[in-house]
Design a protein around this ligand. Sequence first.
Ligand SMILES: [Cu+2]
Length: 208
Amino acid sequence: MASNWSIFVIVASIIAVVVLGLILFPLVRWRRRAGDAEPAQFSNNYPLEIAWTIVPLLIVGGLFVATYGAEARVDAVTDRPAAIVAVDAYRWGWTFAYRGGPTVGGASNGPASLGVAQPMPELVLPVGETTRIELSASDVDHGFWIPDFLFKRDAIPGQTTAFDLSPTRLGTFEGRCSAFCGLQHANMLFRVRVVTPSAFVAWEKART
Ligand SMILES: [Cu+2]
């Protein structure tokens, strides 16, 4: 199936050509020439008016259905994650609480931590497996962002957002806050370490 991006570009291009054509053609074809009198005037063409109301509604409805389907696919979470991590964003840091396992990061909290160097909180994920993230924020809006994963999700106070991460490459990646949240926003960093499943199990055991 064509991607949503292609569908939107094709539909938008067709509409652009039709609209520009309807503007440019009359400009040239019926431009005013010397000696022209006022041409005949028309109004209230109901079939035409109904058509230009219904057709855009159908187009928007179709794009809505396509978008809804894509969002359902993107937001789908597995029933059987390899691990579940509650991620909390706060000014200005992160905690990673592994369900039935360790909590990482977030030693200090609030304005008192301003300017104080903290150890970088670390999110450890098993490669080739799916980890459920339950994201929350405990003060203001933040954003969970891993640029290398092309993944970003808002962290909103009073709301838990669940999504899956399934890293495909071993390595260490940078995590950031993507929503400006105060003076130390730029330092609200975390590290993502993707390890083999056996190393992940050993890491979890060592932490508990
Ligand atoms: Cu933030």
